[in-house]
Design a binder for this molecule. Structure first.
Ligand code: ATP
Ligand code: MG
Length: 229
């Protein structure tokens, strides 16, 4: 079974003359065990596409099946559970809470799942170790470098064990070496046979890590390949 199967996925914004079709009848599939890159110019619809795949933005037309389940046929409560349990989303600018410690930031999904506070913090500490930040749980995000904050955001996205991990421009604000390190880390330590990872990137320096590269242009998928930009 595919991890993700989107068919005819379409989303537009605005009305009349200002109407803009951001994603235009896109078909897309991804499998478990795969790390897929989505590349394309600014405004080509990448973030809009990811938002529909991850249950954040309702499509105008088309279907998204995740593990066979039509996610846009779910009730709002079911959809919230889907986002919490199945999807991990890493935003370009981390979206860490500045007044929470790194461990508390990572623990948020567990606390939302009503797990015990102390157990959630202990699990967060373990995931800090996974992302190479052992013992940094008590510091505030401002004390961390951009690459370290990105790793905290990744730890928060994976702490609940989501099968689908989505990273939107994870290396955009990092220098080349740090960006490569993060992606190598995700591929080696986070990707496994039960997980599917989608990464939006403009960063050709990390293409070597992709299992497959999908090109988007003007709301459409224009090609797919490996190792080309
Ligand atoms: N909430 C919105 N309201 C109106 N227009 C939007 C909205 N979100 C996206 N768009 C438009 O849809 C198109 C696709 O935007 P999207 O953010 O998906 O592109 P992108 O490929 O992620 O670009 P970037 O690489 O700059 O992040 C753009 O023309 C954008 O202006
Ligand atoms: Mg975007």
């Amino acid at each position: 079974m595919e991890a993700i199967a989107a068919v005819g996925l379409t989303k537009g914004f605005g009305d009349g003359e200002t109407r803009k079709v951001a994603v235009n009848a896109v078909d897309f599939t991804a499998h478990f065990g795969e790390m897929v890159f989505i590349v394309g110019p600014s405004g080509s619809g990448k973030t809009t596409f990811l938002s529909m795949i991850s249950g954040i933005l309702r499509p105008d037309a088309g279907t998204v099946r995740v593990k066979g389940q039509d996610i846009w046929a779910l009730t709002n409560d079911q959809l919230a559970d889907f986002r919490l349990n199945t999807i991990g989303f890493v935003f370009q600018d981390y979206h860490l809470f500045p007044r929470l410690t790194t461990a508390e930031n990572i623990a948020i999904p567990l606390i939302l799942k009503k797990q015990d506070w102390n157990e959630s913090i202990a699990a967060a500490e373990k995931f800090l170790e996974v992302v190479g930040l052992k013992g940094r749980g008590a510091v505030l995000p401002v004390k961390l470098s951009g690459g370290e904050q990105q790793r905290v955001a990744i730890a928060r996205a994976i702490v609940g064990g989501p099968e689908i991990l989505i990273l939107d421009e994870p290396t955009a604000s990092l220098d080349g070496d740090t960006g490569k390190m993060i992606i190598a880390f995700v591929k080696e330590k986070i990707l496994n046979a039960e997980r599917c990872i989608l990464i939006v990137t403009h960063d050709a320096r990390i293409n070597e890590y992709a299992d497959r590269i999908v090109h988007m242009e003007d709301g459409r998928i224009t090609g797919t390949g490996k190792g080309t930009e």
